[in-house]
Design a protein around this ligand. Structure first.
Ligand SMILES: Cc1cc2nc3c(=O)[nH]c(=O)nc-3n(C[C@H](O)[C@H](O)[C@H](O)COP(=O)(O)OP(=O)(O)OC[C@H]3O[C@@H](n4cnc5c(N)ncnc54)[C@H](O)[C@@H]3O)c2cc1C
Length: 375
C-alpha cells in the first residue's frame, strides 16, 4: 500500500469535491479520492442540469445568484458557454391559487419575474391544456447548464495546479493521530492535516468514520425520464414546473426530460428509476400538457441529499476542527457549486471573513454546528 501526504484530502469527486479542490489546489497540496472508476457517476452525472435563480429556499437563491458571476468567469476562461438560455415557467391550477400566491410572494424580489395568464403561458408553451392552468410565473433568467464541461473545468483546474485526483479509491478507515489523519483507501494510505467531506449521499457515513456525529442527512431519490412527444416543436420552451413541485419537464434538443419531482427516502447507493414513479410522472405531465407520447426513451434516478433543515451544511465540524463538511446541497448542487466551492475553500484556508459581511452571514447560516444543538 503506497503512502501519500496532503494538506487537505477531499473525499468525493462530484461537483462539490472538484469545485472546492479547484479553488484550493493553487494554494495548498490537495488530494481528491473518488470511490468509483469514473467521476460524476452519482448525483453530479444524474442532474437535469438547470440553473434556476427562482428555485429553492432564500439561502439557495442567494448561493445561486452569487454563483452567476463565477459561471461567467468559467465561460471566459474556457471561451465557451456553460449556461445557455432556457427560462422557468411555474404553472398552477385554480385549486393551487394559495400555493401560487405564496410562491409569488416569495419570489417578489426577483426583478426578472413576470406573472402570466393562460394565453400568455400558452404563447410560450402551446401544449399547456386550457382547462388546466389558472396562473403562471415566468423567470427568463433560468439557464441550461453544461454540467460535464463545468465538472471537467474544475477537474482540469485541480490537476493543473498540481492537485492529485485518484479514482477507484474508496475511503474505508479514518484514524486521527494528534493533529493529522491517516486515511485508508482501496490501495493507498493518505496522511493529511484536514479532510473535506464532499461525499454526497455518503457524507454521514464518512463523518462517522472520522468519529463525528451524524448530521442526519437524508438521501432522497428523484426520478427522471426522457420522451419525445410527437405533436410539438418544443426545443425552445422553458422548463415547465408545477408551482408545488409535483412534476416538471425540461425540453432539450430531440427529447423532453420529465420528472414526478419525487423525494423518496433512500440510502446511499446506485439508485434506479422505478416503473411506478415514471408512470406517476407521465400522468401528471399529461394532465397539464397535451402530449402524445408512445414510449419512454430512457430513465434514471439520482439522490438529492438534504440536511434536516434542507439547507447545505458547509463548515468545520464543531467537535473536530480539521474535519470540514461540504454536504446537503439537495437539488441545487450544480447551480450553487461555483460559489459554494470558492466559499468552502476560503473557510478551509481560514481566510479572514469581515464580521457582518454577506460571507459572515452565510457562514453562520450554513454552519453544520446548527445540527448539534438539538442532540
Ligand atoms: C434527478 C436529479 C436532478 C437534479 N437536477 C439538478 C439541477 O437541475 N440543478 C442543480 O443544481 N442540481 C440538480 N440536482 C442536484 C445535484 O445533482 C446535486 O446536488 C450534486 O450533484 C451533488 O454533488 P456532490 O458532489 O455533493 O455529490 P455526488 O455527485 O454524488 O458526488 C459524491 C461522490 O463521493 C463519492 N464517495 C462516496 N463515498 C466515498 C468514499 N467512501 N470514498 C471515496 N469517494 C466516495 C461518490 O462515489 C460520489 O462520486 C439534481 C439531482 C438529481 C438526482
Amino acid at each position: 500500500m503506497s503512502n501519500l501526504f496532503a494538506d487537505v484530502l477531499i473525499i468525493g469527486g462530484g461537483i462539490a469535491g472538484t469545485s472546492v479542490g479547484a479553488s484550493l489546489a493553487s494554494e495548498i497540496k490537495v488530494i481528491l479520492v473518488e470511490a468509483e472508476e469514473h467521476l460524476g457517476f452519482h448525483s453530479t452525472g444524474r442532474s437535469v442540469a438547470v440553473y434556476a435563480p427562482a428555485y429553492g429556499s432564500n439561502i439557495i437563491r442567494k448561493l445561486t445568484s452569487e454563483s452567476s458571476i463565477l459561471f461567467t468567469r468559467v465561460e471566459q476562461k474556457l471561451s465557451q458557454p456553460i449556461l445557455s438560455p432556457r427560462g422557468f415557467l411555474f404553472i398552477g391550477r385554480k385549486n393551487q391559487s394559495q400555493a401560487m400566491a405564496t410562491l409569488h410572494e416569495e419570489l417578489s424580489k426577483l426583478s426578472s419575474l413576470t406573472s402570466m395568464n393562460l394565453q400568455e403561458a400558452q404563447a410560450m408553451v402551446p401544449a399547456i391544456r386550457s382547462e388546466y392552468l389558472e396562473k403562471a410565473l415566468y423567470d427568463p433568467e433560468a439557464k441550461d447548464i453544461d454540467v460535464s464541461s463545468l465538472h471537467n473545468y474544475y477537474i482540469n483546474e485541480l490537476r493543473s495546479y498540481g492537485g492529485k485526483l485518484l479514482l477507484s479509491q474508496r475511503v474505508h478507515e479514518i484514524k486521527k493521530t494528534g493533529s493529522s489523519y491517516e486515511v485508508i483507501c482501496n490501495s493507498i494510505k493518505i496522511n493529511c492535516k484536514k479532510i473535506i467531506n464532499a461525499s454526497g449521499a455518503w457524507a454521514d457515513e464518512i463523518g462517522q468514520l472520522a468519529g463525528c456525529k451524524k448530521l442526519d442527512l437524508k438521501p432522497l431519490r428523484r426520478t427522471a425520464f426522457s420522451f419525445q412527444p410527437d405533436n410539438w416543436e418544443y426545443k425552445d420552451w422553458p422548463v415547465v414546473i408545477d408551482c408545488e413541485e409535483n412534476f416538471y419537464i425540461k425540453p432539450e434538443t430531440g427529447s423532453i426530460i420529465g420528472s414526478p419531482a419525487d423525494e423518496k427516502v433512500d440510502i446511499p447507493r446506485d439508485v434506479y428509476a422505478e416503473e411506478i414513479d415514471i408512470a406517476i410522472g407521465m400522468d401528471r405531465i399529461k394532465a397539464a400538457l397535451n402530449f402524445k407520447v408512445h414510449s419512454v426513451n430512457s430513465s434514471w434516478a439520482g439522490l438529492r441529499t438534504f440536511s434536516p433543515d434542507r439547507e447545505p451544511a458547509v463548515g468545520f465540524d464543531p467537535q473536530d476542527e480539521s474535519f470540514f463538511w461540504l454536504a446537503g446541497q439537495g437539488g441545487y448542487g450544480i447551480q450553487t457549486a461555483p460559489y459554494l466551492g470558492r466559499f468552502a475553500a476560503d473557510l478551509v484556508l481560514e481566510k479572514n471573513i469581515i464580521p457582518s459581511s454577506k460571507e459572515a452571514c452565510l457562514k453562520s447560516e450554513l454552519d453544520p454546528s446548527r445540527f448539534y444543538t438539538t442532540k
